[in-house]
Ligand binder design. Sequence first.
Ligand SMILES: Nc1ncnc2c1ncn2[C@@H]1O[C@H](COP(=O)(O)OP(=O)(O)O)[C@@H](O)[C@H]1O
Ligand SMILES: [Mg+2]
Length: 201
Amino acid sequence: MSSAPGPRVLRDKGGFLSPVVSVVEHEGRPAVLKDYRSKNPVTRNVLAPLLVRREFGVLRHLEGIPGIPRAYAVVEKRALLLEFVDGKTLGKFKAGELPDAVFDRLCETVRAMHRRGVVHLDLRQKKNIVVAGGRPYLVDFANALRGRATAALRAVDESALLKWKQRNFPHLVTGADRAALADHKLLRRFWIFTPRGKSVR
Ligand SMILES: Nc1ncnc2c1ncn2[C@@H]1O[C@H](COP(=O)(O)OP(=O)(O)O)[C@@H](O)[C@H]1O
Ligand SMILES: [Mg+2]
């Protein structure tokens, strides 16, 4: 591959709705561009302006919370420019590899976000938490909801925290967590089997 300078693509999985995510330069610093401009006409012209404006609004609303990347700008209504977190996704770390403070900070960030009335809803996705300089950052607010941080929706984010605790910080898991995880597993079994009309074994 050539090493010519140019945007470094972080993710371009194709598909109807997925933006091209790359690292670009913005005011002399690396930034992330989440770009729908090369997508099909429906996504580019109809959906992108809505999605980009919504995600930008959520990020601006969360500005100042440690662990949330800053939103810089919307480009041509179809791309979002935001702070680049130069790190590795949480899924790349092994159990016990990260200091406990990383988990504490992750919980603090999620709770601060909830206090501002935002739920993320996609924190189980292993690429949506990026760890840099000993702190986790939440990315991808495409599915986030603002002004709807009900207990039930906050629980979706809380269950993701528990998943990460179990995977990356197993020594922190408490008895109460284990009970919650067991409940959750049971729930998922119902979830999978009930719609197909099969009984739970
Ligand atoms: N601000 C950022 N800093 C570093 N990496 C990022 C940033 N935003 C996104 N990424 C990486 O790019 C991936 C794709 O971006 P994302 O916002 O999740 O797009 P999508 O909404 O299509 O899933 C993320 O999962 C993450 O690994
Ligand atoms: Mg994502």
